[in-house]
Design a protein around this ligand. Structure first.
Ligand code: SF4
Length: 211
């Protein structure tokens, strides 16, 4: 008897998600009636993001790298492999680069690192103890907890490296936002559900804070 391999989703972005990083003015200059339609063409690699004349080149470059990445689901049999809750520096982050919070499932940490490396983005990534559960499962099992965010931050002395007291939590962990803010006293920003969109999210936030 053939036993089918069960797979876990890694939340690849959909057209509506990607279009929120486009200008969202539906000007039609790309030949499509809306930014969402253009995003669909980008996701299916029919067109490069650079075909939107309104999109800043930096965002277009990151978007182009993201759509080319492998987004295959992860086999269940490698789920639950844990990684240390040590602060990871991806690229060469500066003191004003963001602190990203994630679970301590090795597969998730590896994917986020790969996404940032392949888009030449910089960030601090901090896994918290979730018993090796991925973010969705940890949230469902109530194992994505503010106390573990606080513990990882303390153990890694993040305030010594990061000047802006702002952290980004996964979109799937939004329910923990207030608890994390109250315990850490840091500003908590809810990131996208799809980790693939994190570099765009970080870059867009940075651009908005500078403008
Ligand atoms: S050119 Fe850009 S802003 Fe205009 S509709 Fe196309 S994607 Fe949207």
């Amino acid at each position: 008897m053939v036993v089918e391999q069960e797979m876990a989703s890694i939340y690849p972005p959909e057209a509506e998600d990607l279009s929120s990083y486009l200008p969202e003015i539906d000007c039609g200059a790309c030949g499509f009636g809306s930014c969402v339609e253009f995003a669909e063409a980008v996701l299916t690699q029919k067109l490069a993001p650079h075909n939107c004349p309104e999109l800043p080149a930096d965002l277009a470059n990151v978007m182009a790298s993201i759509v080319k990445m492998n987004k295959d689901p992860i086999p269940y049999n490698i789920m639950m492999e844990q990684t240390d809750c040590r602060l990871i520096e991806i690229g060469s982050p500066g003191a004003d680069d963001p602190l990203l919070i994630t679970c301590n499932f090795r597969g998730t940490v590896h994917i986020i690192q790969t996404i940032f490396e392949q888009t030449a983005s910089h960030a601090f990534l901090l896994p918290i103890f979730t018993h090796g559960y991925s973010v969705d499962n940890a949230v469902a099992e109530r194992l994505f907890k503010a106390i573990d965010v606080w513990k990882s931050m303390q153990e890694n002395a993040v305030e010594m490296k990061i000047s802006r007291p702002t952290l980004i939590i996964p979109g799937l962990a939004e329910s923990q936002k207030n608890a994390i803010r109250q315990l850490t006293r840091w500003e908590v920003v809810v990131g996208p559900v799809s980790g693939f969109l994190l570099p765009l999210f970080v870059m867009k936030n940075k651009m908005e804070s500078l403008s």
